[in-house]
Structure formats: C-alpha cells, structure tokens
Design a protein. Structure first.
Length: 87
C-alpha cells in the first residue's frame, strides 16, 4: 500500500512538473503572438502611410506634368505666331 502511495506521489509530482512546463511554454507562445499582432499592426499602419505618401506624390507629379504641358502648349503657340508673323 505504501509503495502505491509513493508511486502516486511521484507520478503526481512528475505530472505537475510537466503541466507547469507546458503552461510556461503556452504563456511564452501567447506573449509572442501578442508581440506579433502588435508588429503586424505597425506594419499595416506603415504600409497605409507609405501608400498615402505615394498617392500624394503621384497627384503632385501629375499636377506638375499638367502645368508643364500647359506651358509647352503656350510656348508652341507663341512660336507658331512668331513664325507666321515672320512669313
């Protein structure tokens, strides 16, 4: 009877130790997932910020191109007027 009791105590201690180790690793895994979720949120925010910056830069570039096209058209018209006046 005493052998069985000792065996149960040893078995219970081993099981308790194993459950403690499993709980520790689950806690570590949970904290890693929280960190990963935080990092993913930061990456999404940065991606949205970069996307917005590119969109604004693209719009500004289009405005500059339109303005330059308008200036080129004016210069071409002036050159055309001068060339017709000289003839």
């Amino acid at each position: 009877m005493e052998n069985t009791f000792t065996l149960n105590v040893v078995f219970g201690s081993v099981m308790s130790m194993l459950l403690t180790i499993v709980a520790y690793f689950i806690k570590q895994l949970h904290s890693d997932f929280k960190k990963m979720e935080k990092d993913l949120t930061e990456v999404k925010t940065m991606a949205l910020l970069i996307k917005t910056e590119f969109k604004n830069s693209y719009a500004l570039l289009n405005q500059k191109v339109d303005y330059l096209e308008h200036r080129v058209n004016i210069i071409e018209q002036n050159n055309l007027k001068h060339s017709t006046n000289e003839k």
